[in-house]
Design a protein around this ligand. Structure first.
Ligand SMILES: *[C@@H]1O[C@H](CO)[C@@H](O)[C@H](O)[C@H]1NC(C)=O
Ligand SMILES: *[C@@H]1O[C@H](CO)[C@@H](O)[C@H](O)[C@H]1NC(C)=O
Length: 295
């Protein structure tokens, strides 16, 4: 009786699985059908409703002089960031999980990364914290509605694999992943590549590793184009959105990567026209972020 039950159960499970696949195959929406208006409305929604975003008194900065990406001179004798309310912002779970991740990488692209078990735990914690926020829940619902992800578990796996899969940028060493490139920054023999996050900029500047050389542009909403050196290596121009939460940057960059990879991701966010550029690592199978940034 018991084994008969198991057999029937197994068969039902099997049939259920096949019909599940047929349903998935027949009715999932075609990927890629996301209009600029839909992107704009989704991104404006998470921008306006991010309880973890910094407010105007949480973060202040001092632009000092204008410069160009080609000028090697120091046009700014003081730091870019004047004040960050660390006790307010960095104690929030997504910020603290994000900051714990920043020291996990060897910035030299030519050095292989060695991921320790603590680091794997930190990646898991970061994914858990960000996926628990309203911003990421909205992002999941948007991407799910467009057929880019099938379940919350699948969404976690996508976040992990597009941002944390190791790949090589220099020779044979597995020295990079999308998270490291975009959020931490990397050094090459001649300069800095990636490095597109304001929190990492603030922390590295505070430690004395960054010399801010001046700004190239400053646009609403707190979008700065800056020229700086990191460990004495130049970054002629990087764009920072100041005061955004880690989950907001991750949400917008992941969405643009999934729906507009290798092309401009244009949208209007609360009245501001913005573009995100993102690229896949084309020599590695599957989707991994080579870079993704607000342009
Ligand atoms: C910003 O947030 C801080 C910390 O919660 C709060 O003390 C301050 O009043 C807020 N400022 C504005 C302008 O909303
Ligand atoms: C920093 O944030 C805390 C809330 O966590 C607030 O009480 C404090 O007034 C803020 N400090 C400043 C200087 O705005």
């Amino acid at each position: 009786m018991f084994s008969l039950y198991i057999a029937i159960h197994k068969m039902a499970g099997h049939i259920g699985f096949i019909s599940f696949l047929i349903i998935l195959h027949c009715c999932s929406p075609a990927l890629g059908s996301v209009s600029k208006a839909e992107l704009s409305s989704f991104i404006t929604g998470i921008w306006n409703d991010d309880p973890n975003a910094a407010n105007s008194s949480d973060v202040t900065y001092n632009l000092q002089s204008h410069t160009s990406s080609s000028s090697p001179d120091d046009h700014a004798h003081d730091r870019l960031f004047q004040y960050v309310n660390e006790s307010h912002l960095f104690t929030k779970p997504t910020y603290s999980a994000f900051i714990d991740l920043l020291d996990n990488f060897d910035r030299n692209t030519a050095h292989s990364e060695h991921t320790t078990s603590t680091e794997t735990t930190e990646i898991d914690r970061f994914i858990t914290e960000v996926t628990g926020t309203t911003v990421m829940t909205e992002t999941y619902l948007f991407l799910h509605g467009k057929g880019y992800t099938s379940s919350t578990t699948d969404f976690r796996d996508i976040l992990k694999s597009v941002w944390f899969t190791q790949y090589s940028r220099a020779g044979t060493s597995m020295g990079s992943n999308g998270f490291e490139h975009v959020f931490v920054g990397e050094t090459t023999s001649t300069g800095v590549s990636g490095f597109h996050n304001w929190i990492q900029f603030y922390l590295e500047e505070k430690r004395g590793h960054i010399n801010y050389l001046g700004y190239i542009y400053s646009k609403e909403p707190r979008k700065l184009g800056v020229h700086f050196t990191w460990f004495d290596k130049p970054k002629p121009l990087t764009t920072l959105l100041v005061g955004t939460s880690p989950e907001f940057d991750l949400a917008v960059l992941t969405t643009c990567f999934l729906v507009r990879k290798n092309t401009n991701c244009n949208f209007n966010m609360a009245g501001h026209d913005l573009t995100v550029k993102s690229y896949d690592v084309n020599y590695v199978h599957g989707d991994q972020v080579a870079t993704a940034y607000f342009n």
